[in-house]
Design a protein around this ligand. Sequence first.
Ligand code: BMA
Length: 409
Amino acid sequence: MSLSFSIVRAALVALTICGLLLGCDQQSSSTSATTPTTEQRYSHKLSDKNATPETLALYNNLAGLRGRYMLFGHEDSLAYGVNWEGDPDRSDVRDVTGSNPALYGWELGGLELGHEKNLDGVNFKHMQEWIKAGYSRGGVITISWHMYSPVSGANSWDKTPTVHELVPGGAKHDVFKTYLDTFVAFNEGLVATDEDGNTHSIPIIFRPWHEHNGDWFWWGKGYVSEQDYIALWQFTVKYLRDEKGLHNLIYAFSPDRSRIDLAKFESDYFYAYPGDEYVDVIGLDNYWDLGHEANTASADEQKAGFVTALKGIVKVAQARNKIAALTETGNNRLTIPNFWTERILNPILAGAEAQQITYMMVWRNANLVREKSEQFFAPYPGQATAEDFKTFFAHPFVLFESELPKLYE
Ligand code: BMA
């Protein structure tokens, strides 16, 4: 692992120096034919043609790890854990393995209403600091948004048809723009300063309007037409990218596995797909095949379903020169013995295709005292799957923060 990484790293550093000092993209015609152009270095294009160098580098470096490594991520990892809250720098994942996750998930719900904290009690200013800290250590940041409905004022699980009023021409379109503006302002705080004192925006894998093929959010199937959902997504991208000039976003699409029939994976996956020009990560939220309480299939059937679903997104991604990811996954309360090796790692490693996913992220570890109900997707010290999680951590295929190559150059 370290050998191939050091070669890749050396090559990337050389290319970066070349890019910084010489401006390779302008040089390509006048320098030797062996000097790769920016185009060649970054053969995976983003939907944003003006994406920042760090954002484009992240996307292409994730693509470059495929088949050999998968990043492990955790939602709200630094904000609280099952048995702690208020520590400025702690994570249940690190308490068990010694490393932070490689990828950090954060959630904006409530930002649009001017709240100080998100719907799960995470202070937005602290969130910005944790995002900056994770990025400074080489980690990857992804952001979701359980937005409140601008029509009913209720939370994202409200079923009031809303989307038709948000898209251009809708009665709440202007209000919706002010909601998006809160993210623009939040994003302005997400800057990093390099050794030379130059600042740049932190690349973010932005994952709006997730699980839209399910019927639990107001943007979900049944409360919005396919056409309006697509218009909502496209407007979101165009507004942030073209009107507000955000160029640090990688857009992740993430339908829910439970509403996909594996016998017709692609047609179900593409329900309300916004189009290749608006999507960068071919994602999937899959709790279903990992012991979801409503899934009555046997463990073997679920493992097979898990692999088939992963192969499905890998195929879709490869056909479009994009990357695939398990954007949300996990087993709530981790009741399955050896969950990490038997239900995640071994099925992924059993064939060449599922291994092509670039990252997986498990959901949050709700604080037991504050939330008064058990909800966790990563183990904490003493939890039944903690030892198995260490085996998972130690496997060369799985990357945590302490093992990451440089992803931004
Ligand atoms: C859900 C649960 C909720 C939480 C929401 C947004 O899946 O974890 O408790 O409020 O995500 O983070």
